[in-house]
Design a protein around this ligand. Structure first.
Ligand SMILES: Cc1cc2nc3c(=O)[nH]c(=O)nc-3n(C[C@H](O)[C@H](O)[C@H](O)COP(=O)(O)OP(=O)(O)OC[C@H]3O[C@@H](n4cnc5c(N)ncnc54)[C@H](O)[C@@H]3O)c2cc1C
Length: 489
């Protein structure tokens, strides 16, 4: 069979797998996606509790252009499939002293916010820091984020590395921000995003300041209807239109190979899908069971996982007053948060991410609303005693939410997802945030997206570069598809 026409199998219909499949199908390849769950999305899932519908994963979309590119590959316009609205504010940050800062995407509006909350001198510093973020982003995007780290020519970018070093990209993130900003609240507003890559701002590299660029400068978006899960639902619908197959509710049990490389995928229901190329787009450690020993990657010898989270979803009988979509409540012990998580303990005074989407007429009965709270928590490698921890954390969380003004949610329809529940969904170490992004698990040092010893075997998703988050995994899917399409020439 010619590699140009031979079938491709994608294991996992998370956003990474779906993106790979769309790019391949749009290029005319025969594609089948195999998904263990009964619906697409993986982490970007959905759940119902009584009359309420919740997003179980991401609560906002950044860099919508990356998603638009996936639809564009198929000649489609994202806004026709999935109208998005920009959220204002992008975030509301509430500090332990009761003060708050709304993060607004427009430069002038944000500078005005900073002027009001932190004073005019800090506003001037903010404007300079924002210019630095712009420059870091401009350098990093083509060299480290939207770039294939499996190719040798991707390795040598001396000019970019030198410029990043000069800008402070290889210092620690907290030091980089503190060199430019002085108000601790503004520093937090630009460094808390280190949590998204599983690290404390004291340990994350300054290059990760670009995450603050993506959300504080680029803005955050949300589908007009259907919540975040509307994203994978639209991608799966696009795949159907392109003629690709998606097999839900069946697990891939083995990637078959012979001396020449990949030959097919065996399914847990006894079926077999022939393929000369496979994209494995699921938890990379769990996927070892599917793969021949020679597909092992030395970068996975000592995997360092991100912390996990405990998420509580609750149905509300009325929307909270004056509530932003996304509110970050900082606890008093912000620094200790990271030490505690690394030592396997809950945060001493939890910082919480509260999401309260504007009702879209479908997620809750008329006049009602939904609320989801994410509390960073230790992963299962760090803390094992979840029979004890879970009720303790849940009770403390309910108390904290009541203190913060969300009311008594003890009797509300609720659902809690803790690290053992993430593990039961297939996430190794009980964390849905994969490996953290320390230097030794970044860019070329993250597990490789190809294994040259098994021709035709590719990887996508958050375990590969560029890493965790919706835009990065969409990019990883496109990169896998591009490599496959090149192999076929
Ligand atoms: C609570 C939470 C909040 C988040 N918030 C944000 C946010 O606000 N913004 C943001 O950008 N990112 C956020 N993220 C991160 C982002 O959602 C993830 O990084 C991304 O969705 C991961 O996609 P993926 O395709 O790599 O993996 P996954 O979503 O894990 O998909 C892998 C898929 O493979 C399937 N699978 C596994 N094994 C097999 C098998 N053997 N056979 C068949 N199928 C298999 C799984 O069922 C799953 O559907 C959040 C994540 C979580 C959990």
């Amino acid at each position: 069979m010619s590699p140009r026409t031979s079938p491709v199998v994608v294991v996992g219909a998370g956003l990474g797998g779906l993106a790979a499949a769309v790019h391949l199908a749009a290029a005319g390849r025969e594609v089948t996606v195999v998904e263990a769950l009964d619906e697409p999305g993986g982490c970007c899932g959905t759940a119902r509790v009584g009359a309420y519908r919740f997003d179980t994963g991401p609560s906002v979309l950044t860099m919508p252009g990356v998603l638009a590119e996936v639809f564009g590959a198929a000649g489609e316009e994202l806004r026709r499939w999935l109208p998005l609205r920009r959220l204002e504010p992008s975030y509301r940050l509430v500090f332990d002293d009761g003060s708050r800062l709304d993060v607004l995407p427009e430069r002038e509006a944000m500078a005005e916010q900073v002027r009001t909350v932190c004073g005019p001198a800090e506003a001037a510093r903010y404007e300079r820091y924002r210019r630095l973020l712009d420059e870091l982003f401009r350098i990093e995007w083509p060299t480290f984020i939207d770039a294939d780290m499996t190719r040798l020519r991707g390795l040598a970018r001396p000019a970019a590395l030198l410029r990043l070093a000069a800008l402070g990209g290889f210092r620690r993130l907290d030091r980089l921000a503190a060199r430019h900003l002085t108000d601790p609240r503004l520093i937090k507003a630009h460094t808390f995003q280190a949590l998204y890559v599983g690290l404390s701002p004291r340990h994350a590299l300054g290059i990760y300041a670009v995450i603050a660029h993506m959300d504080t400068v680029g803005g955050v978006f949300f589908p007009e209807r259907g919540g975040m899960h509307a994203i994978p639902a639209a991608m799966a619908a696009l795949l159907e239109k392109l003629g690709a197959g998606i097999r839900y509710g069946v697990r891939a049990s083995k990637v078959e190979t012979d001396g020449g490389g990949v030959t097919g995928v065996l399914l847990a229901d006894g079926g077999r899908l022939p393929a000369t190329q496979v994209v494995v787009a699921c938890d990379r450690l769990a996927a070892r069971r599917l793969l021949p020993a020679r597909a092992d990657d030395w970068r996975l010898r000592r995997p360092r996982h991100s912390p996990s989270c405990l998420v509580m979803h609750a149905g509300l009988d009325r929307p909270p007053a004056d509530q932003a979509h996304h509110t970050l409540h900082f606890g008093r012990a912000w620094r200790e948060t990271f030490t505690a998580l690394a030592a396997g303990r809950p945060q001493p005074d939890p910082s919480l991410l509260v999401t309260c989407p504007e009702p879209d007429g479908e997620a809750a009965p008329d006049g009602h609303a939904t609320l989801s709270v994410l509390e960073p928590a230790p992963n299962l490698r760090r803390a094992a005693d979840w029979d004890r921890l879970r009720p303790e954390m849940e009770a403390r969380l309910l108390g904290r939410l009541a203190t913060l003004g969300y009311g008594d949610l003890a009797g509300a329809p609720r659902m809690v997802v803790d690290p053992p529940a993430w593990a039961a969904r297939g996430h190794s170490a009980g964390t849905p945030f994969a490996l953290d992004h320390r230097f030794t698990q970044t860019a070329w040092l993250r597990p490789s997206a190809v294994t040259r010893r098994v021709p035709g075997l590719h990887f996508a998703g958050m375990y590969t570069a560029p890493g965790v988050g919706v835009p990065p995994v969409l990019i990883s899917g496109r990169l896998a598809a591009e490599r496959i399409l090149k192999e076929a020439r």
